[in-house]
Design a protein around this ligand. Structure first.
Ligand code: XUL
Length: 523
């Protein structure tokens, strides 16, 4: 008998899906729809829209909805047995916010299969666009909230993170200040994750502890909305926020729209969605402290599991809720793929050429170092993009390729110290994890064994596995997390890369130098 679950991932650039058969430990389908290609009428570039001010980065919630419809249309066309799906969960790019008006609740609960989702949902927004995690335009609001809520230490202690430009609270404050009428017409403020779950379940829903922790609004300890932070952010905010719920909450059966139009079972359950990073934690099988993960995506993230809560005293990193009910640590580096790509394009290389450049340059890059802020950076905070080069000519292709990757790895190593014991194993995920030369530098700089996993989208796999966990728990047959991830999170054969102990000393010295450059040159 099949035991089928669906995991979705509404990410910055695409919507992905993983369908798995849990009992047989099999991935049945992986699918990815890129917004730029499949929904070109929104005119996004890499899934986002920019305004004149490069710090403002938004996207269209309606585009995410249209992608959801397109995905189900294609699954139906591909003859996927949608009726066999027992539960669905999902993952959303973190921090982005969706602003709904008073029509939303009613409209979502009465979807009609004779019209498209886009047609029916286009008027439910009190703000047409959503600020997403790449937005860094709220520095003033971050300072205001931090001050009102008792300073950086107090904010980190309460919410698990300092105020960050991309976090939802500062974004809400900016909206309230710049468009007070829009704010007062807003009945509900959702995260990408809770919004997409609302569409699937047909009701305005709840935010899980994992994604809720990325808002600067939730108390990381008691997992309730924090009155001090709410007051510091915007008036009457609590009534606009959904409830906070554990990550294994079953929201209820899927909306009738998807049953009648696409043939899902009326018994298919929607499990609360979470952020992409909490989902990836599960999709990579990080349910204990010995491993860490590095995701090489649009941004690079360094994250791991944490059982006892402690926060970053420098306020650079974050603590989110882990889907297991524990915690996770995360630091986000915005100049990930973006920076690698800028160097690749500057020298007219393709990715093979980029890899070749890495393989023909020595570890340590003959002391050539780059601080690679092509975009404003999150960690360390750099609001004005600038690329610094030391002992490095800007017309040297190979040395620049190595410099950007070594910089990224050194920065991750330095800025993840607060997370505690160094991991012995790192699981690499995200698009660029296919590049072995990048992973070799990762292994050498971190002096850790590096592995890749079979399923490339750890966020949608994690969502599907969370759906399994919640489904069985709610039906009275709970399954342990280690049994949930077993069989799905095995390293890809041949993907293991060992660190070279001979370069450990060199990278240790280089990290000290890199830290000095950061300290001396960054404003
Ligand atoms: C994490 C973060 C990014 C987004 C990407 O804090 O901002 O990793 O979640 O989707």
């Amino acid at each position: 008998m099949n035991d089928v679950f669906l995991g979705l991932d509404s990410s910055t650039q695409s919507l992905s899906a993983v369908i798995l058969d849990f009992k047989n430990k099999k991935i049945l389908l992986e699918k990815n729809l890129r917004y730029d290609e499949r929904l070109p009428h929104y005119k996004t570039h890499n899934g986002i829209i920019r305004e004149k001010d490069p710090k403002v980065v938004h996207s269209y919630p309606l585009m995410w909805v249209e992608a959801l419809e397109l995905l189900f249309e294609e699954l139906k066309k591909d003859d996927v047995n949608l009726k066999s799906i027992k539960a669905i969960s999902g993952s959303g790019q973190q921090h982005g916010s969706v602003y709904l008006n008073s029509e939303a609740k009613k409209t979502l609960s009465r979807l009609n299969i004779n019209a498209s989702l886009v047609k029916q949902l286009k008027n439910i927004f009190s703000r047409k666009t959503s600020p997403v995690w790449m937005d860094s335009s709220t520095n003033r609001q971050c300072q205001e909230i931090r001050e009102k809520a008792g300073g950086k230490e107090a904010v980190v202690h309460r919410s698990g993170s300092d105020t960050f430009e991309r976090f939802t609270g500062p974004q809400i404050r900016k909206f309230y200040q710049e468009d007070p009428d829009g704010y007062s017409n807003t009945q509900s403020i959702e995260l990408v994750s809770s919004f997409m779950a609302s569409v699937l379940s047909g009701g305005v829903d709840s935010i899980d502890y994992g994604d809720g922790a990325g808002m600067n609004l939730m108390d990381i300890r008691d997992k309730k909305w924090c009155p001090t932070l709410l007051d510091a952010t915007a008036p009457d905010l609590k009534k606009r926020l959904p409830c906070l719920k554990p990550s294994d909450t079953v929201l209820g059966p899927v909306s009738n729209y998807f049953v009648e139009k696409y043939g899902l079972s009326p018994d298919a359950q929607v499990v609360i969605w979470s952020g992409d990073n909490p989902n990836s934690l599960i999709g990579l099988g990080l349910i204990s402290r010995d491993k860490a993960a590095i995701s090489l995506g649009t941004s690079d993230t360094y994250f791991g599991f944490m059982s006892d809560l402690h926060t970053d005293p420098r306020g650079e990193g974050h603590v989110f809720g882990a889907p297991t009910g524990d915690y996770m640590t995360l630091s986000c580096f915005k100049n990930g793929s973006l920076a690698r790509e800028r160097i690749k394009d500057k020298f007219n290389l393709d990715w093979d050429g980029f890899s070749k450049a890495l393989s023909e340059t020595p570890p340590g890059n003959n002391k050539g170092i780059m601080l690679p802020y092509f975009e404003p950076e999150i960690v360390p905070l750099v609001l004005k993009p600038k690329v610094y080069r030391f002992n490095l000519r800007d017309d040297a292709p190979s040395a620049n390729c190595r410099a950007v990757v070594e910089a990224q790895m050194l920065s991750m190593k330095l800025h993840s110290k607060w997370m505690g014991k160094r991991p012995e194993k790192i699981y690499a995920t995200g698009g660029a994890s296919k590049n072995r030369e990048i992973l070799k530098i990762m292994a050498d700089v971190h002096q850790a064994e590096v592995y890749r996993l079979k399923v490339s989208n750890s966020a949608s796999l994690g969502a599907a596995l969370r759906a399994v966990h919640a489904y069985y728990k709610s039906s009275g047959n709970p399954i342990s997390w280690s049994d949930i991830v077993a069989g799905f999170t095995i390293p890809l054969p041949g993907s293991h890369i060992k660190p070279d102990p001979a370069v450990a000393g060199l990278y240790k010295k280089m990290a000290i130098l890199y830290e000095q450059y950061e300290r001396n040159y960054l404003p």
